[in-house]
Design a protein around this ligand. Structure first.
Ligand code: FES
Length: 121
């Protein structure tokens, strides 16, 4: 058995309707995840690229959020209509779809060196 070459996580997290952050479930995250999985399967990538639904990826206002590893490319505002382009351009062609990329400066993660000691406990 070989390792998967890529893992793609699609947020399907649901928040209360009055949450100001919004959520990916409310923006059709489950349909995006389902379409991605089906298209990958149809293209014969089932054992090469693994698509998984995820809980919150902490980019809620930018949902539907998707992240592709190992390269760590983050996509936001993804719709079902974007799935084929992501597969063709990024997964097959190795070129991230720039118009959907969340700029690194807007991501909420931090470098380990930026975390105060009390935040790690
Ligand atoms: S609800 Fe999808 S990133 Fe938070």
């Amino acid at each position: 058995m070989a390792k998967f070459q890529r893992h793609i996580f699609v947020c399907v997290n649901q928040r209360p309707e009055d949450d100001p952050r919004g959520c990916c479930a409310g923006k059709d995250g489950a349909r995006v995840a389902k379409a991605l999985k089906k298209r990958l399967y149809d293209r014969g990538f089932r054992r090469i690229v693994r698509a998984n639904q995820s809980y919150c990826l902490d980019q809620c206002a930018k949902g539907v959020t998707m992240v592709v590893y190992p390269e760590g490319v983050w996509y936001g505002g993804v719709t079902v209509d974007d799935v084929d382009e992501i597969i063709e351009e990024h997964i097959v062609g190795g070129r991230p779809v720039e118009r959907l990329c969340i700029p690194e400066s807007e991501l909420t993660g931090r470098e380990p060196t930026e975390i105060e000691p009390e935040e790690t406990t």
